[in-house]
Design a protein around this ligand. Structure first.
Ligand code: GDP
Ligand code: MN
Length: 403
């Protein structure tokens, strides 16, 4: 589960990670109030207004309605509500949102931390994630902060520092020092970076996160190290033991169809193709999507109805798939192992009748226990549903349905 930057920064701060301070607001007046409080607390007289959406690239992204960037600087208190109004309520399009963009409901009003001083402010990159291959957590760091890290990884892989941490042993002091040293830091900035990495790692483990990405980490002109941005991805499987973090979920940031599917216990991911599919088991779902591609179609979704495919789950699946206007045909591919094919076939017929007129052809491929009986039930239903037993047969019927 992803959370907003302002929530991620609060989480980090609670573990002692130094952050660029800020206050969230949902109106221009609220933004002004936030700026006044921030001025009183930190003395800052410049402010950064940052769109809160679950996507990066905001600084370079544009708000459709106003042409404002998603991260802007206000150099006076009066300028804060004006700049906030250019972002709030608009649709921000960045390289990570897709062309449709994301509606901005909140802004973070943050202190300016790029103030002039003894040295130039310098941006670094830092992330912590799970390396499944090595069964370890890994800290990735780079002096190329603020840049697109994928680009750095591709063009200058030598500029990415990696330090693996055995989860049973935890982060050792020398490892944090090694990263800070490789980043070329010295003096107070070195000490600050060691502290930053250590508390960041504690936050990562303590919150059961799957990924942290801090881009940029800033060395201020007076050698403080702090998080300017924060992307936190929490491990869904551990949310049950973090009720406070689970409450940070923002469904407005999620695909409405995926939210609805989740409520019915379905595992649904929307894709861009024209053939909807409904399958029991994630592996079979992947194979079915491959099969749709081989037949000349494109999968419109991934949908795993889980082990207990029945009339209720099939109906919920139908309703979700049919909300996608791109769908030209639906392929149901179910393996009757624990559930028998005749029961699934009856479930499909029942769900179909309950929905009424389904405007696209449906191909049902049932294999396993009582497969022939299942096919017979489908064929004799009198509905716009055709049966298949082999994958090849199903693929041909899908092809005919969409061409
Ligand atoms: P992203 O574009 O979504 O990754 O948003 P970031 O939080 O990383 O901010 C984008 C950019 O805004 C940063 O790389 C900085 O260049 C700039 N920025 C952020 N905070 C400040 C600030 O306090 N002062 C100034 N002058 N620029 C800032
Ligand atoms: Mn960033």
């Amino acid at each position: 589960m992803n959370i907003h930057e302002y929530q991620a920064k609060e989480l980090l701060k609670s573990y002692g990670v130094r952050i660029q301070e800020g206050i969230v607001a949902d109106s221009p007046e609220g933004a002004l109030e936030a700026a006044k409080k921030l001025n009183a607390a930190t003395g800052t007289s410049w402010y950064v207004i940052k769109a809160q959406i679950h996507a990066g690239g905001r600084g370079k992204g544009l708000v459709n309605e106003t042409g404002s960037r998603g991260v802007v600087l206000a150099k006076s208190l009066e300028d804060v509500p004006v700049k906030a109004a250019g972002i709030l309520g608009g649709t921000l399009v960045t390289i990570q949102t897709g062309d449709e963009g994301k509606k901005v409901n909140k802004v973070l009003v943050a202190e300016d931390v790029y103030y002039p001083g003894a040295s130039e402010p310098k941006e670094y990159y830092l992330s912590i994630l799970l390396d499944r291959g090595k069964g370890s957590n890994v800290i990735m760091a780079s002096t190329e902060g603020g840049m697109d890290i994928e680009e750095v990884a591709e063009k200058h892989p030598e500029k990415i520092i990696k330090e693996w941490i055995d989860p049973k042993v935890g982060l050792q002091g020398f490892q944090a020092r090694k990263v800070a040293f490789k980043l070329g830091l010295e003096g107070n900035a070195f000490k600050e970076m060691v502290k930053f990495i250590t508390s960041l790692y504690n936050a990562y483990v303590g919150s059961d996160s799957a990924q942290f990405e801090i881009n940029p980490v800033l060395k201020t002109s007076d050698d403080k190290i702090l998080a300017v941005d924060a992307k936190v991805n929490l491990d869904d499987n551990a949310l049950y033991r973090h009720q406070d973090l689970a409450a940070l979920r923002d469904v407005a940031e999620e695909d409405p169809l995926e939210v609805e599917a989740g409520k019915s216990g379905l595992n649904y991911v929307k894709l861009d193709g024209n053939v909807g599919c409904m399958v029991n088991g994630a592996g079979l779902a992947m194979a079915t999507m491959d099969m749709i591609k081989l037949s000349g179609g494109e999968p419109a979704n991934f949908l795993d109805v889980g082990g207990g495919a029945n009339a209720v789950t099939v109906e919920a699946g139908f309703r979700i798939i049919l909300q996608d206007p791109n769908v030209k045909a639906i392929l149901i591919n179910v393996f009757g192992g624990i559930v028998r094919c005749d029961r699934i076939a009856n479930g499909v017929v029942e769900a179909y009748k309950s929905i009424g007129n389904i405007p696209v052809p449906i191909i049902v491929r049932l294999q396993g226990t009582n497969a022939e009986e299942g096919a017979r039930i489908i064929d004799e239903s009198g509905l716009k549903v055709s049966s298949a037993i082999t994958l090849k047969d199903a693929a041909e019927k899908v092809k005919a349905a969409i061409s």
